[in-house]
Design a protein around this ligand. Structure first.
Ligand SMILES: [Mg+2]
Length: 251
């Protein structure tokens, strides 16, 4: 069972597969209506020390969790937003060459079920709807981005692979946010479900905190993560939330 946390915690939460159930396509995720309310409540209880750390862009994070806004890291740490609303881009202006995106789009037209998700800096290729294309997709992206490419790297994800800037990671995002207010001096807890979250969890441990894997601590079920957050919010806030999160609220 996941441990309770106190008001001196800093929460770093992945989005897809952690707070939200994975959907067939990135566009079709369902956000429980009570989730933005819960996150807002938690953020207040933690003095602002709550960050969403996702492979999605910060713009998309905001759209999904509307009207909730917090510190955030988008595209695996490429984009950062601090609790005071200031933003940072690392590395500035670096984006996947358009020719790469074009060649991936050409492949997607040939291979039904392959989805290309262009991002501000990177580009994700999803094969959830065509798992038999796993090897083909990896061969294609490896041809674009060799292991020793100086600027970009391949980021494996759940039934997807992403091309992103080499210089950053979710671990970098945690370190950058922990360096300033209101995160500094707090004990970080990073919750994630994916390969890219491991760097964030390692960073949290370096700050004396912990990393919680959704598969191990929450039976792979985002409803149990939401339930755990809701229970802690109620415990710390001393008042019930306006709406129970879901049947999984007793995590
Ligand atoms: Mg995830």
């Amino acid at each position: 069972m996941a441990p309770d946390f106190d008001r001196m915690t800093a929460l770093f939460l992945d989005l897809d597969g952690t707070l939200l159930e994975i959907a067939a396509t990135p566009e079709t995720v369902v956000v429980p209506p009570a989730l933005p309310v819960l996150l807002d409540h938690l953020r207040a209880l933690l003095g602002g020390a709550l960050a969403i750390v996702s492979g999605r862009s910060i713009v998309t994070i905001d759209q999904l969790l509307k009207p909730f806004k917090s510190a955030a890291a988008g595209e695996h740490g490429v984009g950062l937003r601090f609790d005071d609303g200031t933003t940072e881009e690392m590395p500035a202006g670096l984006a996947v060459p358009e020719a790469w995106r074009d060649s991936l789009r050409t492949l997607a037209e040939r291979w039904p079920g392959i989805l290309i998700e262009p991002k501000q800096h990177g580009c994700a290729v999803h094969y959830r709807l065509a798992p038999e294309r796993h090897d083909d997709v990896w061969k294609a992206v490896r041809a674009l981005v060799p292991d020793d490419h100086p600027l970009f790297r391949l980021i494996p994800a759940r039934e997807a692979v992403e091309i992103g800037p080499r210089a950053t990671s979710k671990g970098f995002a945690v370190e950058r946010l922990m360096a300033g207010s209101p995160f500094r001096g707090r004990r970080p807890i990073f919750v994630g479900d994916d390969f890219t979250d491991e760097a964030g969890m390692s960073a949290a441990r370096r700050f004396g905190g912990e990393g919680l894997r959704v598969a191990e601590m929450f039976k792979g079920d985002p409803a149990l993560v939401r339930g755990w957050l809701a229970n802690n919010a109620e415990r710390l806030g001393g008042r019930p939330l306006p709406q129970r999160m879901s049947a999984g609220a007793s995590a």
